[in-house]
Design a protein around this ligand. Structure first.
Ligand SMILES: NC(=O)C1=CN([C@@H]2O[C@H](COP(=O)(O)OP(=O)(O)OC[C@H]3O[C@@H](n4cnc5c(N)ncnc54)[C@H](OP(=O)(O)O)[C@@H]3O)[C@@H](O)[C@H]2O)[C@@H](O)CC1
Ligand SMILES: Nc1ncnc2c1ncn2[C@@H]1O[C@H](COP(=O)(O)OP(=O)(O)O)[C@@H](O)[C@H]1O
Ligand SMILES: [K+]
Length: 521
């Protein structure tokens, strides 16, 4: 799988240092390359004679900005230089850039004077931002946002925390962000990503060699090319296969007033390619499922208190669990006594890869005993288990507030995976996937707010289940499922706009994104 990394500021600094110290590439060479790449993007958009304002800070981000201004000036642009911050704080490279422009006779201002520019180069803070922005710095950011001009942020919009995407009291709203070597976490996490405009990541000579044989960045996503080549994420499909070849999914979902969850989940498992899908749901849903999803096999139950029929049902369930290649449990099952008994039974008795979603997670959160059982099954029996909580369900499972999960989704997801010894998919605007075996965390970059609509999580559970039935391992099924799910949301939004997207539209898009065209492994 071709990866795209999202690095923290500490990781990026480590790779900068390795390139400079170990590979002996001078820091000023990196800076010049960064500046040239930024200039290249400006030249694509604006011609000679355009008015440019360079707003620099005291660190190397400011040095980048001054170099950009100098090159533009030499190529016929009209450039004003502003530097904010005390002289004693200038970095060595920034000092050097100032010496160069002084030799060319440029003057440096300490505040923004004109209100009209074609281009504003935002080089106040980069990955070295270390605290909230206050005073003259805040004022400077507000001025950049208010005056006219196309804003090019160097490396990251000033004021965005490169590790969390948080706005540190004020931030520049860029039209484009030109970044170097690797995208930063702040470019992808909310709200930072909304401040970047288009992110253009440029090679300036800091490469994977700078990992120096260590594991590399902790957070990654899939390379952008898979957006157009989603089928490349799918397991190979045998032309000679039959429905058994492509696997059997058992979907235990729905409750009396919630047949939709089970229908969406089961349909998605079919559409992602499962050979057979069997639905286990309350008797009340029989008719609607048979009508709306005649392709599904069906097994129904009544209250666990009705002992005789419940016994028969459990017998049937046991057979179904043997039959299945994977089990998805939870969407819409509710938290009734019967749902709870059913859930416990399935966790204890099934020996197949298991996806636990929605109410299954709420039931799990309430039972220490079941959480312990999950750990044991995973560690002693190598059971493949995926849990797919949204932020609120995650907080219940983890024992914290949802805001705390949102603030640190990457570490929290990994911690829960370690605690439960399984694969965790923490669903949010940027979904994270982690497991207890690997240190690194997948962060999803597809999808949009149109997917914040009832039932879209049920679709994801079905997709992941359908991938498991086709033999994909847990971690890969979770990552690929989340990526594809987001793509379905993006394609659905392209057709209808984000407001109108409904969960069923996601499943509908599965008809198109896995077509053989564009399939290049
Ligand atoms: N050769 C290389 O390494 C390469 C580096 N590159 C470039 O360098 C950038 C990183 O440079 P950097 O590490 O110097 O940090 P940078 O973002 O300029 O900020 C640090 C300055 O800001 C200040 N400061 C911080 N927060 C503040 C606040 N809230 N309010 C006020 N001041 C605050 C801080 O002051 P202090 O915290 O010490 O008071 C310090 O003076 C990177 O993003 C990329 O553009 C590329 O050219 C590629 C090669
Ligand atoms: N703003 C957003 N951007 C991208 N994806 C989103 C956004 N909001 C929600 N989603 C995705 O939509 C799905 C919602 O799932 P969930 O909350 O479980 O819904 P439900 O319980 O109604 O099925 C998750 O996969 C989540 O990542
Ligand atoms: K910047």
């Amino acid at each position: 799988m071709e990866k795209k990394y999202f690095v923290s500021s500490a990781e990026m600094k480590k790779y900068d240092r390795a390139t400079i110290n170990d590979f002996q590439v001078p820091s000023l060479v990196l800076m010049e390359r960064a500046a040239l790449e930024t200039v290249g993007e400006i030249e694509k958009r604006f011609g000679k004679g355009s008015r440019v304002l360079v707003v620099s800070g005291t660190g190397n981000n400011g040095g980048d900005g001054i170099a950009v201004g100098r090159i533009l000036m030499q190529r016929g642009y009209e450039v004003d230089f502003v530097l904010i911050g005390a002289e004693e704080k200038y970095s060595e490279e920034t000092r050097h850039q100032l010496v160069i422009i002084a030799k060319y006779g440029c003057t440096l201002k300490s505040k923004i004077e004109s209100m009209e520019y074609d281009i504003i180069i935002d080089a106040l803070f980069g990955i070295g931002l270390s605290r909230n922005v206050e005073g003259i710095y805040k004022k400077c950011i507000e001025t950049m946002n208010s005056i006219s001009g196309f804003i090019v942020s160097v490396d990251i919009p000033s004021g965005i925390n490169a590790d969390t995407g948080a706005v540190m009291n004020a931030a520049v709203k860029a039209d484009i962000t030109v970044t170097f070597a690797f995208e930063k976490l702040g470019h992808i996490l909310y709200p930072g990503c909304e401040y970047c405009g288009e992110v253009l990541c440029k090679d300036i000579g800091i490469t994977k060699e700078s990992f120096r044989g260590e594991e590399g960045p902790r957070v990654y996503s899939y390379a952008d090319r898979y957006r157009e080549q989603a089928a490349a994420l799918m397991p190979a499909r045998s032309r000679g296969g039959n429905k058994g070849t492509f696997g059997k999914a058992l979907v235990i979902a729905g409750s009396r007033n919630m047949s939709g969850a089970c229908e969406l989940c089961a349909r998605s498992a079919y559409r992602i390619g499962a050979g057979m899908v069997k639905v286990v749901t309350p008797e009340e849903n029989r008719e609607i499922i048979q009508k709306n999803l005649p392709e599904a096999l069906l097994s129904t139950y009544t209250d666990a208190e009705k002992t005789e029929s419940w016994k028969e049902f459990l017998q049937d369930l046991k057979e179904s669990m043997k039959w299945a290649d994977c089990i998805v449990i939870g969407p819409g099952i509710g938290k009734s006594g019967t749902a709870s008994i059913l859930f416990k039974y399935v966790v204890k008795e099934s020996a197949k890869p298991l996806v636990i979603d929605a109410d299954g997670l709420n039931l799990l959160a309430e039972s220490e005993e079941l959480q312990e059982l999950l750990r044991t099954l995973s560690l002693k029996e190598s059971r493949q288990i995926i849990v797919t909580p949204h932020v609120a369900e995650f907080a219940r499972l983890y024992g914290c507030r949802p805001e705390e999960v949102k603030k640190d989704i990457i570490s929290k997801t990994k911690e829960l995976a370690d605690r439960l010894c399984c694969t965790v998919v923490c669903k949010d605007a940027r979904t994270a996937v982690a497991d207890y075996m690997k240190r690194d965390v997948y962060l999803n970059a597809t999808g949009n707010d149109g997917m914040a609509t009832a039932g879209s999580g049920d679709v994801l559970a079905g997709i992941i289940g359908g991938l498991l039935t086709q033999g994909v391992r847990c971690r890969e099924a979770a990552e690929a499922g989340v990526f594809l799910h987001g793509r379905l949301g993006d394609l659905a939004a392209e057709r209808t706009g984000r407001y109108a997207v409904m969960a069923g539209d996601l499943t509908e898009q599965l008809k198109y994104i896995l077509s053989d065209e564009g399939k290049r492994r």
